[in-house]
Write a protein that binds this ligand. Structure first.
Ligand SMILES: Cc1cc2nc3c(=O)[nH]c(=O)nc-3n(C[C@H](O)[C@H](O)[C@H](O)COP(=O)(O)OP(=O)(O)OC[C@H]3O[C@@H](n4cnc5c(N)ncnc54)[C@H](O)[C@@H]3O)c2cc1C
Length: 437
């Protein structure tokens, strides 16, 4: 499949012929009739921006890893993020615990960008890694595992520099609204920015949105997840200040203060339906429940004795939507060798459980140039639990970025790209693919 040929035929389009959601060139009349009977016609001009080999949508941990990996593999790469800071749930979502890179039995599972990012997470902010993993001041929180509880704001600042140093271009405050399709080939992404509507042509797209909205709008089959109510802010109180006086540990000044449930649903309010975050109404139900319950919780507190220093700027859903790809990781693959592995990882919950990540979890074979990364890859059941945590999002991101660069530069579809070529790139970058490597 010669993606670039199709792409160059279309890239001269400068007006809203590309405006019809999901399909390119199907006409300029984008009328829609709402329930109120009003008719809207969208005739805005589209600015066609410079083309990229790879466009990564979403600058969470997976998107950052994908963009850096694609750029390092020689692709002219663009990372688009709708917020003004990188990191997604791991920074602005206030989930500031980097789950372990080791298997709990002393073996490092994750290398490459997953390791670079954990080191970056503590490079400028508080917290250190355990000495066994190269830290100096120790890490008081866990049983010596290769994990970190970092400052999300300091980490977010460092991520911008990390991406730019890779050579990838970073654009913040850009909402990708839909993929422009020619059949199943994605020609690029339509966006809304402060400049208006802009189209970014691309040879290959990586959907790292956390909700698979680009893949889903391209028509790739998906499955919805279900989330409990969890609404966590950061803050401190007088006890924390007193502890800090004694310990001098900055983490005392950034405590999780929240409402709702833990990982297993304990604490989910009985009178609240679980959440499916795909609609605006559902997302707003989540936000309203979370915010009002947190306000209820703090209402009775002595207002001179605490502060909430940050509230999350994105919904803290665990699983929103993921693709159904060529291969689906189910969680039953523990300990198994996977010939098409593009990375390995441990089970963050249980010591000694090790997995390999199949290349086929990153894409659907009928869509030749759309990859996914992070919590939206093809993993179901317990497999989804395993892959959605921060370090494993970095693993799938790095793999997706390398595959996107190769596919785009070689003008090959993802399914015809030899997996050995992707694996070779990843191994050169220091990634370990198999449990016994
Ligand atoms: C309550 C909770 C607790 C958790 N606890 C832990 C933990 O302790 N340790 C751990 O390792 N993991 C934990 N996780 C999981 C982990 O934080 C996330 O699954 C992981 O960070 C997801 O990374 P991601 O890059 O795939 O997605 P996200 O972090 O969701 O990033 C997606 C990014 O894409 C952007 N985006 C979305 N749509 C668009 C668009 N259309 N255009 C442009 N940009 C877009 C978003 O703004 C966001 O920045 C937890 C998750 C939750 C919800």
């Amino acid at each position: 499949m010669r993606i670039s040929e199709k792409f160059s035929q279309r890239s001269a389009t400068t007006e809203s012929a590309a405006d019809s959601p999901f399909m390119n060139g199907s006409g300029t009349d984008n009328s829609l009739k709402g329930a109120c009977g009003m008719e809207f016609k969208d005739t805005r001009q589209v600015t066609v921006r410079e083309p990229y080999d790879v466009v990564v949508v979403g600058g969470g941990i997976a998107g950052v890893a994908a963009a850096v990996s694609a750029a390092r593999n020689g692709a002219n790469t663009l990372l688009l993020e709708k917020q003004v800071n990188l990191g997604g749930l791991a920074t602005v979502g206030l989930i500031s615990w980097y789950e372990p890179l080791c298997d709990g039995e002393g073996n490092q599972m994750i290398y490459g960008i997953g390791e670079e990012l954990i080191r970056l997470s503590v490079r400028y902010g508080y917290e250190d890694l355990p000495e066994k993993w190269g830290g100096q001041g120790g890490n008081k929180h866990k049983n010596g595992r290769f994990s970190a509880h970092y400052s999300p704001t300091v980490f977010a600042l460092a991520l911008d520099e990390y991406v730019r140093e890779s050579g990838a271009k970073l654009l913040l405050d850009v909402l990708a609204v839909w993929p422009v399709m020619d059949g199943k080939v994605c020609l690029g992404v339509m966006t809304e920015t402060v400049s208006g509507r802009e189209f970014f042509p691309a040879g290959c797209i990586v959907d790292a949105t956390g909700d698979a909205s680009i893949a889903s709008r391209a028509g790739i089959p998906t499955e919805e997840g279900e989330s409990y109510l969890t609404y966590i802010a950061h803050g401190f109180d007088r006890n924390a200040l007193a502890n800090h006086d004694e310990t001098r540990d900055m983490q005392d000044l950034r405590k999780w203060i929240g409402v709702g449930s833990d990982l297993y649903g304990n604490g989910h309010p009985a009178d609240v339906r679980k959440f499916h975050g795909i609609t605006s109404d559902e997302e707003n139900r989540y936000l309203a429940e979370g915010k009002s319950r947190l306000l209820d919780r703090i209402r009775s507190w002595d207002k001179s004795s605490f502060d909430l220093t940050m509230i999350p700027t994105m919904p803290q859903y665990r699983k929103i939507r993921r693709i159904v790809g060529r291969v689906t990781l189910t969680g039953d693959e523990e300990g198994r060798n996977c010939p098409e592995s593009v990375g390995r990882f441990g089970d963050f919950r249980t010591f000694g459980r090790r997995f390999e990540l199949p290349y086929g979890t990153l894409y659907h074979p009928d869509w030749p140039n759309i990859l996914t990364a992070g919590r939206v890859i093809s993993a179901g059941g317990d497999g989804w639990e395993l892959v959605r945590v921060i370090p494993v999002c970095a693993v799938s991101g790095e793999a997706a970025g390398a595959a996107a660069a190769l596919a785009s530069l070689r003008k090959e579809s993802l399914d015809s790209l030899p997996v050995s070529a992707v694996q070779e790139r990843l191994m050169t970058a220091g990634v370990r693919l198999h449990i016994n490597d």
